[in-house]
Design a protein around this ligand. Structure first.
Ligand SMILES: [Zn+2]
Length: 408
């Protein structure tokens, strides 16, 4: 495999999760009778630029098609996060009715709806047609395309040049990273700003978040590496914030390298220094996640088998992509987890890929009264435990799998 940024040949394995079907390929009852395709889930680390990455086993148009089931708007905490961002961005970048905002991977319009509410012209770019359709129902303008240098040139030719260009949780999903960032460079107004949010690799390593690895996530970024990648493409990070979302993310603020109207804030140097102090630019830093992931795997299976032998019912909550990585790496099937509950009605009566655990409505919890609920969407565990607080009536407990198996 060749590094998708610097083209160095890769041979250092970061973690090997063996294999898994694509994480968002939920199955219908009919599809349970068909063969299922498993792809290798092996992650490499580049010893030259320290980009952590997966080989592109699966063509992205196979993943982001009409079956793509992730709708951003089903998480209430994510909506609050998005609304706060919009208020902040309008103030920080002094956006008004004459400004223009573009969001790449605009999903179901979870974020752009708040710009629209404030009367700021905006455009979404979203290749997955089912989520794009939901955004259009909200009255948003959406282009159904993958973003890259070609689309950026078309938008520029049409005069659609953004003052603010947003990409939340899209950078990791891009197979052709260099083409995507080149597209950002081409599209951005010479005095404009880009903000991107992505999970922080430091958190993945330090909090054992190996389940955030799946085929749709091609790259995993430290600030050190992302800063070098943007520099290479003639863009410059001028601010960075740490966010609690997705188990610990970064929000970077990027400008054209030629734009001298913005100062580079101290936050940039501070975070690079912190990462270098942790030896992020040394291959040894990246070793050790495999054995921690294995510890979680063995502890979780052990716990579930013990409950099974006691006839205690265990279910799970949150049919997110990360849940599929965890369940498939641990080899957990529906004999150990009876069903999974999810808030999204679009997932109900479907089945998880690989494990074939059925996805049901939350009402089933009250009917079956499980002894334990495994929280797969641990990044919003507080929100979930509050919502399910009524299960305490029959002394049900929660299992939190990450950063280590805990019963609460
Ligand atoms: Zn590299």
């Amino acid at each position: 495999m060749i590094c998708r940024f610097c083209k160095t040949e890769l041979f250092n394995v970061f973690i090997d999760l063996i294999n898994s079907p694509p994480s968002n390929s939920f199955l219908t009852e009919n599809e349970l009778n068909k063969p299922e395709i498993y792809y290798p889930l092996k992650i490499y680390i580049c010893h030259n630029c320290f980009l952590v990455q997966i080989d592109e086993y699966k063509q992205s148009d196979e993943i982001f098609n009409e079956k793509y089931a992730y709708f951003s708007s089903y998480s209430s905490s994510w909506l609050i996060h998005s609304k706060n961002y919009v208020n902040m961005a309008i103030q920080k970048f002094q956006l008004n009715k004459k400004s223009f905002v573009i969001e790449i991977a605009s999903n179901d319009g979870y974020l752009l709806q708040y710009f629209k509410e404030r009367g700021i012209p905006c455009l979404g770019i979203e290749p997955a047609s089912n989520v794009a359709a939901t955004a259009k129902e909200k009255g948003l303008n959406i282009i159904e395309e993958f973003f890259g240098a070609d689309l950026a040139r078309i938008l520029v030719a049409e005069g659609k040049i953004p003052d603010l260009l947003i990409g939340n949780n899209v950078l990791a999903h891009v197979p052709n990273l260099n083409d995507f960032i080149q597209g950002l460079k081409i599209l951005l107004h010479h005095k404009g700003a880009i903000t991107l949010e992505f999970p922080h690799l430091l958190k993945l390593i330090e909090k054992n978040q190996f389940d955030t690895i799946y085929h749709e996530h091609y790259s995993y970024f430290s600030f050190f590496t992302v800063n070098n990648i943007f520099k290479f493409h003639g863009l410059e990070i001028f601010d960075v914030e740490k966010l609690p979302t997705h188990g610990g993310s970064l929000r970077i603020y990027v400008k054209q390298a030629e734009d001298k109207s913005k100062v580079i804030l101290q936050s940039v140097e501070n975070l690079i220094n912190l990462e270098i102090a942790k030896k992020i630019n040394n291959i040894d830093y990246y070793k050790g996640l495999q054995s921690k992931a294995n510890d979680i795997k063995y502890d979780l299976i052990n716990f579930l088998i013990t409950q099974k032998k006691k006839d205690n019912l265990v279910i799970a909550y949150g049919a997110a992509a990360k849940g599929n990585t965890l369940l498939n790496y641990c080899g957990i099937k529906k004999d150990l987890i009876k069903f999974i509950v999810d808030i999204s009605p679009k997932k109900h009566n479907k089945f998880l890929p690989g494990s074939h655990i059925p996805i049901l409505h939350e009402d089933e919890i009250k009917i079956f009264k499980p002894k334990y609920i495994l929280i797969l969407a641990w990044n919003i565990k507080e929100e979930i435990m509050k919502q399910l607080n009524y299960v305490r009536e029959w002394d049900c407990k929660f299992i939190i799998p990450i950063p280590k198996v805990m019963i609460v």
